[in-house]
Design a protein around this ligand. Structure first.
Ligand code: PMP
Length: 387
C-alpha cells in the first residue's frame, strides 16, 4: 500500500514500537506502585511530558495531561468552556471545527448554552473581520483549531486571541493543535501565548493511537474530567497507560529531531511537486488554499467532473491510500462541509480528494498517484476534456 493519508493517521516510528514493547513486557508495572516508582516509571511519564512541551514550544510550568486522544481533549476543553459560560456568558467557535468540538458544542447548545459560529473566508481562514464584530465582554470560551485537517490551512489563532483578550480578558481560549504538532515548528510561548488549553493526539505524529493530551497552561484552572484514584493531579483519574505514554514521548522526540533537520521543507517539496503535476495534467483542477499558509504535507484537490468517492475507491484498488477528506466523515455521503463553508459548490466539493504526505513520502509515490489519476480520468473521458 502506498500510504498518502497521513492526516488520518500515521505509521508509528520504529522507536515508538520498540519503546512500547519494552513497557508492555519487562516494565509493565503500574506507574503509581512503589516498585514502579523505584523502576523510574514516574520519570518516564515526566520525560514524555517534557518531549511534548518541547514539540509544542510551551513552558516547563505548563501541564500536560494525558488523555485517550484529541477527541477526549476537545470534549474536555469544550465541557469546561460550557461550564464557564453558564449564567449569562456565551461561547464562540468556527464553522470548520472537528466534529468532537462541533458536536459537543451542539449538545450543550441544545441544553441552553449560547453558541456562535464564526465563518471562514473563501481562502479557508477564519474571518477576522466578522470575529471583530462578534466578540464582547460576555464571551467566556473560544475554541478554534490551529490547522484544518482537510485543507491544511493554518488558522489565524494568534490574531484572534489578541482580539479576544482585548475585549474579554478572562475568556478561556482553547485550540485544537492536533494537525500541527510534528508537522511544522510551533511555539506556544511566542505569539500563541494567550492560548489556555491545547489539544493533541499521538497517532497524528507517528505515535500510538489511543493517547493524546490536553496542555493546560500555567495558572489555568479546570475541573477534572474523570474523578477516581487521583492520577494526573486529580484531573484525569485512571491507571496511566505507560506504554502509550512512553510511545508518544518517543514520537515527540523523534519529530523534534526531524523538524530541526528541516523535514517540513522536504515534505513541502514533495507536496508542491504533486500539485504542479496535477495542475499541469488537469488545468481546471481545484487546489484549496494553495496560496494560503498551509501545513506542508497537505493537499485538498479536486478534478472537475469527477466524483471523489469513485476515484478514492479506484485508487484503493490500485494500492494507493488517499481519502475524500476527514476520516471521521469518510462514511458520510455528504462532501466536505468545510469546502461548502468556503463557498464551493456541491459538485466541486464532491470532487475533492485529500492527499497528505509524511516524512517518508517520496517523489516516486506522488508521481504514481498523479499517473493513476490521469489514467483513471482518461478512462472516464475526463482528462481529454481538461487537456
Ligand atoms: N482534531 C483534529 C483536527 C483531527 O484531525 C482529529 C483526528 N481526525 C481529531 C481532533 C481527533 O483525534 P483523535 O483521533 O486522537 O481522537
Amino acid at each position: 500500500m502506498i500510504y498518502l493519508d497521513n492526516n488520518a493517521t500515521t505509521k508509528p516510528f520504529p522507536e515508538v514500537v520498540e519503546t512500547m514493547t519494552r513497557f508492555m513486557t519487562s516494565r509493565f508495572w503500574n506507574a503509581s506502585s512503589a516498585y514502579g516508582q523505584v523502576d523510574g516509571l514516574e520519570g518516564t511519564v515526566e520525560s514524555a511530558k517534557a518531549a511534548i512541551r518541547k514539540l509544542s514550544g510551551v513552558g516547563s510550568e505548563d501541564e500536560v495531561i494525558f488523555t485517550s486522544g484529541a477527541t477526549e481533549s476537545n470534549v474536555w476543553a469544550v465541557t469546561e468552556g460550557a461550564r464557564k459560560a453558564a449564567g449569562g456568558g456565551w461561547v464562540l467557535s468556527s464553522q470548520i471545527e472537528h466534529p468532537s468540538v462541533r458536536e459537543t458544542l451542539e449538545h450543550f447548545r441544545e441544553q441552553g448554552l449560547c453558541v456562535r459560529w464564526a465563518s471562514v473566508t473563501r481562502e479557508g481562514a477564519l474571518d477576522l473581520d466578522e470575529l471583530k464584530g462578534l466578540v464582547d465582554p460576555d464571551l467566556r470560551f473560544v475554541s478554534l483549531m490551529l490547522a484544518h485537517n482537510e485543507t491544511g490551512i493554518i488558522q489565524p489563532v494568534s490574531e484572534a486571541t489578541a482580539l479576544i483578550r482585548e475585549r474579554s480578558p478572562e475568556c478561556l481560549i482553547h485550540t485544537d493543535a492536533t494537525q500541527v504538532l510534528g508537522k511544522m515548528p510551533i511555539s506556544f510561548s511566542d505569539d500563541l501565548d494567550e492560548v489556555d488549553l491545547i489539544s493533541l493526539s499521538g497517532h497524528k505524529f507517528h505515535g500510538p493511537k489511543g493517547i493524546g493530551g490536553l496542555i493546560v497552561r500555567n495558572g489555568v484552572l479546570i475541573e477534572p474530567l474523570i474523578r477516581g484514584g487521583g492520577q494526573q493531579n486529580d484531573l484525569r483519574s485512571g491507571t496511566m497507560n505507560t506504554p502509550a505514554i512512553a510511545g508518544i514521548g518517543a514520537a515527540a522526540n523523534k519529530c523534534w529531531e526531524l523538524l530541526r533537520e528541516r523535514q517540513p521543507e522536504a515534505v513541502r517539496a514533495v507536496r508542491d511537486h504533486f500539485e504542479e503535476r496535477i495542475s499541469s495534467v488537469f488545468p481546471g483542477a481545484l487546489i484549496l488554499g494553495r496560496l494560503a499558509p498551509r501545513l506542508p504535507n497537505t493537499s485538498f484537490f479536486g478534478i472537475p467532473g469527477t466524483d471523489a468517492d469513485d476515484l478514492v475507491l479506484a485508487l484503493a484498488a490500485k494500492g494507493i491510500a488517499v481519502s475524500k477528506g476527514s476520516a471521521c466523515s469518510a462514511q458520510s455521503i455528504e462532501p466536505s462541509r468545510t469546502a461548502a463553508q468556503m463557498g464551493y459548490s456541491y459538485e466541486e466539493a464532491s470532487s475533492l480528494i485529500r492527499f497528505s504526505a509524511s516524512c517518508e513520502t517520496t517523489f516516486e509515490e506522488v508521481n504514481l498517484l498523479a499517473d493513476e489519476l490521469q489514467g483513471l480520468c482518461r478512462h472516464a473521458g475526463i482528462a481529454k476534456r481538461s487537456e
